[in-house]
Design a protein around this ligand. Structure first.
Ligand SMILES: Cc1ncc(COP(=O)(O)O)c(C=O)c1O
Length: 341
């Protein structure tokens, strides 16, 4: 393996302390768990002796309408991405449409796979399609034809991996997944974004039993298993999912309204609103590199955004709207000011 740098991560981690307005964080803020009725007592956790892994798989299986054998628990969607390529990528070419979340094309490259960005070639067993739905950084969802194309590719023996980390922002009564339409696919999700629980590092993969078994073996060689304390908390959160959906909806609806207002008023930019994600891609005129522009935006206005170049989207930046409303409104005002000059 020749690990390549996750450039967006390096770029953001160096700068997040400087930001007065963090419009780069794609996960909702951490909820006040005790206020939401979640028991966070470590002593209580330590006094009960149960199989936390199995107890976490059960509510996930029920929510998605699958069996627990279809589920592999992972350390966030980050580990899910790595496991999927490690388990199924050997000797294959990864097809990752751009723009996309950097690890989805950097992990396969790091593992020695070839990576292409066009999905136009006829599906073959040596191809591995990998993408995000909703897309990171645009927040747009696959349309029916694109879903059909992926299902057909999987039917012809290609490996198809759909990262559904933001899918809960479609606000369905139960989580939707492309796996529910075709069990040949591999999908993943995470509690980092919609539930605001990034510190817990809880994610999962869903696949047919055979693929899930193989990915479990990779996971046992990698992290071994999740933090059981995290699982203890995450399981309680899923049991109260309705309240977390309500919290997410309130933030999302209010913040999206602010972004719509920004999109209408801001000069010199084109904002494509998302279908379902707490961010959007902002395109600007001119040839300045997005890394330079984002650095200047931070230096002059204290606003942190994610340069589009790291997603394969030059002359744009990803702007997240996960901050509390008043702070977000001020941050958007600073972006407007900056772009107007
Ligand atoms: C599409 C996508 N996958 C995975 C991750 C990583 O998530 P996690 O914290 O669950 O590892 C992110 C975070 O930005 C993401 O946007």
């Amino acid at each position: 393996m020749r690990p390549m740098e996750f450039r967006l991560y390096s770029w953001l981690i160096k700068r997040s302390q400087e930001a007065r307005f963090n419009l780069a964080s794609s996960g909702l803020t951490e909820p006040d768990l005790p206020k939401m009725g979640i028991d966070t007592s470590y002593e209580h956790f330590a006094s009960i002796h149960v199989n936390h892994e199995q107890m976490m798989k059960e509510p996930i299986a029920e929510l998605y309408g699958v069996d627990t054998e279809n589920i592999v628990l992972t350390s966030g969607a980050s580990e899910a991405i790595f496991i999927t390529f490690a388990a199924f990528g050997g000797g294959k070419t990864a097809l990752v449409p751009l723009p996309n979340y950097e690890p989805i094309f950097v992990v396969p490259r790091s593992l020695g796979m070839r990576v292409g960005h066009s999905l136009g070639a006829p599906p073959r067993p040596d191809l591995m399609y990998a993408l995000t739905d909703p897309n990171n950084p645009t927040g747009l969802c696959l349309d029916g034809d694109e879903e059909e194309m992926l299902i057909e590719a999987a039917g012809k023996g290609a490996t198809v991996f759909v990262n559904e980390t933001y899918k809960e922002f479609t606000f369905q009564r139960r989580p939707r997944s492309l796996f529910q339409k075709d069990e040949n696919l591999i999908v993943c999700s995470s509690m980092t974004k919609f539930f605001g629980l990034g510190w817990l590092r809880i994610g999962w993969l869903i696949a047919d039993r055979k693929k899930a078994g193989k990915m479990t073996q990779v996971m046992r060689l990698l992290s071994g298993h999740n933090s059981e304390y995290s699982l203890y908390i995450a399981r309680q959160v899923l049991a109260k999912r309705g309240e977390f959906v309500k919290r997410a909806r309130e933030t999302y609806v209010d913040n999206l309204a602010l972004v719509k207002q920004f999109a209408k008023m801001a000069d010199g930019v084109r904002v494509k609103l998302p279908d379902a994600a707490p961010f959007c891609l902002v395109q600007y005129k001119g040839r300045e590199s997005s890394i330079r522009l984002a650095s200047e935006l931070l230096r002059r206005k204290g606003v942190l955004v994610s340069p589009g170049d790291y997603f394969g989207a030059p002359r744009s930046f990803r702007m997240c709207f996960t901050l509390d409303g008043p702070l977000l409104a001020r941050g958007l005002g600073q972006v407007s000011d900056f772009m107007a000059k």
